[in-house]
Design a protein around this ligand. Structure first.
Ligand code: 8YV
Length: 318
């Protein structure tokens, strides 16, 4: 029996490409950026393995060949895929939940610590060759330990950040659609309104999914309700932030510092961020560890295989 055809939109870890080639007639690519001719290359494919940043919008999904039965995304986020359009075509979608929660939470903690302790400025100073040595008032930051951390979106990644932040004696507050059961809440304080949540956030970590429901959630009005000198980090989706509002608050000092791993219109970064010293900028590294990317590859390939075999895997999105 011929193997099913799998179209892969970007270069994957070596181990994952080998697995794909073993189980599929795999159409691999050597490119780290999205393939331009997706529709032509999808001809004859049973499944597509795509990535964040590959726009699987209504037009693309509508034009996919009939044979495509499943789209697996090499990410937990699926805001780049028009799920309704896929459903209308009878195409199933699966993703990579759980296996990236620790790595992404580590990235959020990295941003919290780097932004609060001015690590980006410090690194630039040393590299400039201008560092004149220790000084009592040099690059003073904000202490993280013992402070209040607000988590917007207390899903798997948000809860992992809470677990790590407890190691810094942080007091955890969270905002989500519903309160978690006590075994998942682990003492974190639930807020059912922005009014009660935002003033608590000396540190604010954004961990909600992207998409229309959260677009520009962090806007002028919400930023104004954060305590003065707050630190904001985003290792979720750039679309959660109104960049103009965050930039204005970083300039005024109302927000002391920010750490961003993701951007609206990635890979384009609002040019004003590049001129601000009090923002730490990473290139969407959240899940970028060897162990995690290998695990993500295995999970998404297992999901695709299950769907092609007529089963409903745990990582089925729709
Ligand atoms: C990120 C992601 O690295 O899987 C996704 O959807 O984008 C993650 O891998 C993270 O959320 C951004 O820091």
């Amino acid at each position: 029996m011929p193997k099913p055809v799998l179209l892969v939109t970007r270069r994957l870890p070596v181990e994952i490409e080998a697995l794909a080639a073993q189980d599929y007639d795999a159409r691999l690519t050597a490119s780290d950026t999205a393939i331009a001719d997706l529709l032509a290359r999808a001809e004859g494919a049973d499944a597509i393995l795509c990535c964040p940043g590959d726009r699987m919008d209504t037009a693309t999904i509508t034009a996919l060949p009939d044979r495509v039965k499943v789209i697996g995304t090499f990410s937990v986020g699926h805001d780049h895929i028009d799920i309704a359009a896929a459903r209308a075509r009878g195409i199933k979608v699966c993703n990579t939940p759980d296996v990236l929660s620790v790595a992404t939470a580590e990235c959020a903690m990295l941003l919290i610590l780097s932004a609060a302790r001015r690590a980006g400025e410090g690194e630039r100073l040393v590299r400039s060759g201008e560092w004149a040595g220790w000084a009592p008032t040099q690059l003073l930051g904000t202490q993280v330990s013992g402070r209040r951390l607000g988590i917007f979106g207390m899903g798997r990644i948000g809860r992992e950040i809470a677990r790590m932040a407890r190691g810094f004696d942080m007091e955890i507050h969270y905002r989500d659609m519903a309160r978690l059961p006590p075994d998942l809440e682990c003492g974190a304080m639930f807020h059912d309104s922005d009014d009660s949540f935002l003033p608590m956030c000396e540190f604010l970590s954004l961990n909600a999914p992207g998409g229309d429901g959260t677009r520009h959630w962090l806007d002028h009005a919400r930023i104004a309700r954060l305590p003065g000198g707050a630190v904001v980090v985003n290792a979720a989706r750039g679309t959660l932030v109104d960049d103009a509002a965050l930039i204005a608050a970083l300039r005024s000092g109302h927000i002391a510092a920010a750490g961003l791993d993701v951007y609206d219109s990635e890979p384009n970064v609002h040019s004003d961020y590049l001129t601000l010293q009090n923002v730490v900028l990473l290139p969407h590294l959240g899940s970028a560890t060897t162990e995690t990317r290998d695990a993500m590859g295995r999970v998404v390939l297992d999901g695709i295989a299950a769907i092609l075999a007529g089963r409903s895997p745990a990582n089925l999105v729709s």
